[in-house]
Design a protein around this ligand. Structure first.
Ligand code: FE
Length: 338
């Protein structure tokens, strides 16, 4: 600052301008150790400094909305198809044209108009207590509604984005009427009123309070990889199922983001998204949260995740799921999945 005071005015203006171009304001719902390397490598490659605001998904969405045209945010990274869709519907993202993103991110994992892109993927799996539940009764999401599972099912509230996206995919595959019957029967099978996060559902199974629960895959792997023996013991107590292997495959979801409509540094923002699609960044990004890269050529070494084996993933496009999440919200309300 002091040094720039000694420079001629024109040079000062120039310096300030150059600095402005070299900044990226990132609003992100991520906070993992490997992210440090991710941002440092981006800065090293491009000279663009990353200013980060980390908060929960809902808080970030609200902040961007409230800041409006004055928002300093360039890129928003959030999780779940339903949230990406809501942000897109609210007009928060600017459509971008990028040959890099279009060639590297599969079509099924981005919006049709270039407003948002997925950068990692996760599966929504069933976990169960094999001393209380028959394996044959928990092979499909539909089985959560089976009479055999009365009083055994634990889930988050139905209106949580992870549940809305799953319900949206059940609607896509089984139709709205069957999906609603299913949702009502799942609610009738609850071991306790829906509450807590995914880790709480896994813990509920481990403690015996729940026979069956739903969780995103990375929460289970996080427990497997924990330094705390008590966490690893929880993972060991429960059995994981890749649901719907003989039908439509396991429901997949994503984390992702886009360039914000009011981004002051749009060029830097696009560069950052393109960087996130590089093989190197994809590996950091996926491993940070025990997820899978979305770019086919990226290799993320995660032995615990790989130890869960290969499975058939649902091929439904993420945007297809996303557009059905408002219908899913109405459906879970009607079903009393609170
Ligand atoms: Fe999560």
């Amino acid at each position: 600052m002091l040094r720039s005071l000694l420079l001629p005015l024109s040079l000062v203006a120039c310096t300030v301008h150059a600095q402005e171009d070299k900044i990226l304001n990132l609003y992100t719902a991520r906070h993992y150790d490997t992210d440090e390397a991710l941002y440092a490598n981006f800065t090293k490659a491009t000279g663009i400094k990353v200013n980060r605001i980390e908060a929960g998904d809902e808080a970030l969405l609200e902040r961007v909305r409230n800041e409006g045209a004055n928002s300093p945010a360039d890129v928003l990274l959030i999780v779940d198809a339903s949230r990406l869709y809501a942000a897109d519907q609210a007009g928060l993202f600017a459509p971008v044209k990028s040959a890099v993103l279009e060639s590297r991110i599969p079509k099924d994992l981005r919006s049709a108009n270039g407003t948002w892109f997925a950068f990692s993927s996760r599966a929504r799996v069933i976990v169960y207590d094999k001393s209380a539940v028959n394996a044959a009764d928990v092979q499909r999401y539909e089985d959560l509604a089976a009479p055999a599972n009365k009083g055994k099912v634990c889930t988050r509230p139905g209106s949580h984005p992870y549940m809305l996206s799953l319900v949206a995919s059940v609607i896509a595959h089984d139709g709205e009427q069957k999906a609603e019957e299913w949702a009502k029967a799942v609610v009738a099978n609850m071991a306790r009123p829906p509450r807590g996060g995914d880790t709480d559902q896994i813990k509920g199974v481990a403690s015996g309070e729940c026979g069956i629960a739903l969780t995103n895959s990375y929460y289970y792997v996080r427990l497997m990889r924990s330094k705390k023996p008590e966490d690893r013991a929880i993972a060991e107590k429960v059995t994981l199922v890749w649901p719907n292997q003989s039908s439509w495959g396991t429901h997949m979801n994503v984390s992702g983001g886009g360039v914000l409509r009011n981004a002051p540094n749009k060029d830097a923002a696009l560069k950052f998204l393109e960087y996130l699609a590089s093989d190197e960044a994809q590996a950091y990004f996926a491993n940070g949260n025990n997820e899978w890269p979305v770019v086919k050529t990226a290799v993320a070494k995660n032995p615990e995740l790989e130890s869960l084996g290969k499975f058939k993933a649902d091929a439904l496009a993420i945007a297809e799921i996303a557009t059905r999440t408002p219908a899913a919200q109405k459906l879970v309300d009607r079903a009393g999945w609170r």
